[in-house]
Design a protein around this ligand. Structure first.
Ligand SMILES: Cc1ncc(COP(=O)(O)O)c(C=O)c1O
Length: 415
């Protein structure tokens, strides 16, 4: 195979069918951004829509805007806007609370539905918040409940699921490795065993095609601040299959999940639709940012986004092999693109300092313990030339030993 050259990357940019989408983002000129899997960048429209919601809707409209601007229905309307990205039907998704809180709600719902079973299956390599929530729910439901964790690196997930399993809680894309877990296969298997499934799709929403409704997925949760570009700390979302919505209940029975919140009744009576998963008042300013993040996807095909993500990732891995083999990086993400999400991770004993050195050049990736360098691949705004420039810079940092500078050694609180 011929060596890759800069021209190859530039050519791919000219052929890129969705390259214009980049113009929708207010990206700083001197930055190459590989962290959209953690915090997506600012859409230009968000600046305008936040100005509007603050000045006109809140400033002038005041409390009238709950009705006149339809603020009250934003959780549900944004859920419907998001639904096509994950193959959900209208009324199956709601944007609300945080991902962790949503996991608490749907996991409790699943356990209440499958009362006779006592085992919750998840994996040791799952995102820690998911494991902690699981532990909390487990403690709350009582000692008879048991947490069963799939060993790190064990691909034979099926052997952990049997007739005692109440619910299987897994991430669709692993946050550290970028590995995809086969959602269809595991959902089908869990259902055959009578277990329910909860998928954390935080890292796959917006970059991977999904068909949650048709696959019969019971519950899913996810973040809007990653590939959906909804803003720092933006509310999460949850999906409940339409076949379960009426019969399911959830433990955070706040007033806005009531069937008639403004009747101010003494007894709680849940809404008979997805609104029963709302607890308290939605943070409208944050919702407006999610709305403009989602608008970017309106005319885009998720298949096309995935194709570009795979191409960018393949070029990234190939160029790393060509330019950086002698520096001791080990690919931590799956080699096979069908098993890899929109993220490439490498292991290196000096991962933290190397990432910091890259950041000092405006090339922003991130670090995860104990030695993982993560590069998020964001097809909406990433150029092939960015991949060339980033890896060329990485090579220089390694060759010159720049990463060894003292200033790159001190770990920040947020890595
Ligand atoms: C896979 C995954 N699940 C859950 C969370 C937790 O989300 P939140 O802090 O919004 O509750 C994150 C946060 O990054 C995540 O990556």
């Amino acid at each position: 195979m011929n060596n890759l050259a800069r021209e190859d990357f530039i050519k791919l940019d000219t052929l890129d069918l969705i390259k214009k989408v980049r113009e929708e983002f207010a990206l700083p000129k001197d930055v190459i951004y590989f962290d959209g899997n953690s915090l997506g960048p600012l859409p230009k429209n968000t600046i305008k829509s936040l100005e509007l919601v603050i000045q006109r809707e809140w400033g002038d409209g005041l409390i009238r805007s709950w009705n006149e601007e339809n603020w009250i229905n934003l959780p549900r309307n944004l859920g419907n806007q998001l639904a096509p990205l994950i193959g959900a039907k209208e009324g199956e998704v709601i944007v609300v609370d945080s991902t962790s809180i949503n996991l608490f709600k749907v996991l409790s719902s699943a356990l209440m539905l499958n009362k006779n079973r006592k085992v919750i299956v998840s994996e040791a390599a799952n995102f820690p918040s998911d494991l902690y929530i699981l532990e909390g729910v487990n403690n709350m439901f009582g000692e008879s409940y048991e947490r069963c964790l799939i060993d790190e690196g064990d691909d034979e997930i099926e052997k952990y699921i049997d007739s005692s399993t109440a619910v299987v809680v897994l991430s669709h894309i692993n946050y550290k490795t970028g590995r995809i877990t086969d959602l269809k296969k595991i959902t089908t298997f869990a259902h055959e065993k009578g277990a329910l499934v909860v998928w954390d799709i935080s890292h796959s929403v917006g970059v991977l095609p999904m068909n949650l409704h048709d696959l019969g997925v019971d519950f899913a949760v996810g973040c809007t601040y990653k590939h959906l570009n909804g803003g720092p700390g933006a509310p999460g979302f949850l999906f409940v299959h339409s076949s379960l919505i009426e019969k399911v209940s959830q433990p955070l029975t706040g007033w806005l999940g009531h069937i008639k919140p403004f009747d101010f009744e003494v007894e709680y009576q849940p809404a008979n639709d997805i609104n029963k998963f709302i607890c308290g008042t939605p943070p409208i300013i944050a919702y407006k940012a999610i709305e403009s993040g989602l608008e970017i996807f309106k005319d885009l095909s998720i298949i096309e986004i995935r194709e570009k993500s795979i191409k960018l990732s393949e070029m990234f891995i190939q160029l790393m092999q060509q330019e950086c083999t002698e520096f001791g990086f080990t690919l931590f993400s799956p080699k096979n693109s069908e098993q890899r999400g929109s993220q490439i991770s490498f292991l290196h004993e000096n991962a933290y300092s190397i990432i910091q050195a890259l950041i000092s050049h405006g090339i922003i990736g991130d670090y995860r313990e104990p030695n993982v360098m993560r590069f998020g691949i964001s097809p909406l705004y990433m150029r092939f030339e960015d991949v060339w420039n980033a890896i060329t810079c990485l090579r220089e940092i390694m060759q010159t030993g720049e990463w060894q500078s003292e200033k790159f050694k001190n770990k920040n609180y947020v890595t």
